[in-house]
Design a protein around this ligand. Structure first.
Ligand code: SAM
Length: 289
């Protein structure tokens, strides 16, 4: 059925347990954009409940009502866990949401490497509420290319690396590999910290535990961060933090509180208490190393 007549978008292709067994649908109140870039299929539509919604290769990436949850939790817990992050790398993140949040901190420079230049242009045009002009910030160095090849050029350089990829399909799949995590380790300074978007706790064994074990072979400190994204319809979701020198479970929350006060007005979701709560997992999701 041609998309213009299609009044529903149904997501069913998320890798993991739900693939092919669960579909969740959004009514398309207004079709905003549909097209292919050299790397992925993009669909953007308005839904009266979730607002403007952004879909890549059939998988919901974000919607207006909840994108800030994802972008604040993938950025602020580790930016505040590092005593003074000055050089940051974002791998992926072509919608600009992570970039927007990183720039709220007093950093010197943030590099963004995304494989899809066309996607960045489309997101700037149809999802301006996500990047909020952050691509134009003088501290932002925007690069186009493969994240794995880009990270390989650096050693002992970044304080924080944020892997804001798609799910492990298409061009993103290599960003879930042990080799890539090893390259990130090398690109980080001795106190460096990374975080990666992983997936739903529904896929606990394959995705969460699997990624934990891969990272634990490389980093001394590895911890999951839990969040809930209403538009993902998958229950609690997991980002995985990994640190070379700082124990992420023993950071100084008095110092974090002081730094948080300085940017609190710009945040909608993160707080030091939410930070601690995101690291508190129920027994069923405690990872046995
Ligand atoms: N911020 C989104 C959200 O809120 O869910 C997360 C996904 S973001 C749209 C994923 C980005 O990763 C896309 O912009 C895609 O072009 C990029 N990407 C995928 N594979 C990549 C690779 N190998 N190197 C660099 N960027 C890649």
């Amino acid at each position: 059925m041609p998309i213009s007549k299609l009044k529903w978008f149904c997501e069913g292709s998320v890798p993991g347990k739900r693939l092919g067994k669960v579909r969740h649908c959004f009514y398309i109140d207004k079709l905003v954009f549909k097209g292919r870039t050299p790397y992925q299929e993009i669909l953007i539509f308005d839904n009266s409940v979730y607002g403007r919604t952004f879909v890549l290769d059939g998988i919901v990436q974000l919607s207006k009502i909840d994108e800030f949850i994802y972008h604040e939790i993938i950025v602020h817990p580790i930016m505040f866990s590092h005593p003074s992050p000055k050089k940051v790398l974002i791998v992926g993140g072509g919608d600009g949401g992570v970039l927007r949040e990183v720039l709220k901190h007093p950093i010197d420079e943030v590099y963004l490497i995304d494989i899809d230049e066309k996607l960045i242009e489309i997101c700037k045009k149809y999802l301006p509420f996500v990047s909020q002009n952050s691509f134009a910030d003088k501290r932002a160095k925007i690069n186009i290319g493969d994240g794995m090849a880009f990270v390989n050029k650096f050693e002992d350089f970044f304080d924080v690396v944020i892997i804001d990829s798609n799910d492990p399909i298409g061009p993103s799949s290599k960003l879930f590999s042990q080799k890539f995590y090893g390259d990130v380790f090398r690109a980080l300074k001795k106190d460096g910290i990374m975080i990666a978007q992983i997936g739903s706790f529904l896929d606990f064994e394959s995705m969460i535990t699997g990624t934990y074990r891969k990272l634990k072979k490389i980093f001394p400190f590895v911890y999951p961060y839990k969040l809930t994204m209403p538009s993902y319809n998958c229950g609690d979701y997991c980002f995985m933090g990994a640190s070379k020198g700082i124990d992420l479970a023993r950071v100084d929350f008095r110092n974090i509180e002081k730094r948080f006060q300085k940017i609190q007005k710009k945040l909608k979701y993160y707080s030091p208490k939410i930070h601690q709560a995101s690291m508190t997992l129920p027994k069923i999701w405690q990872i046995k190393g």
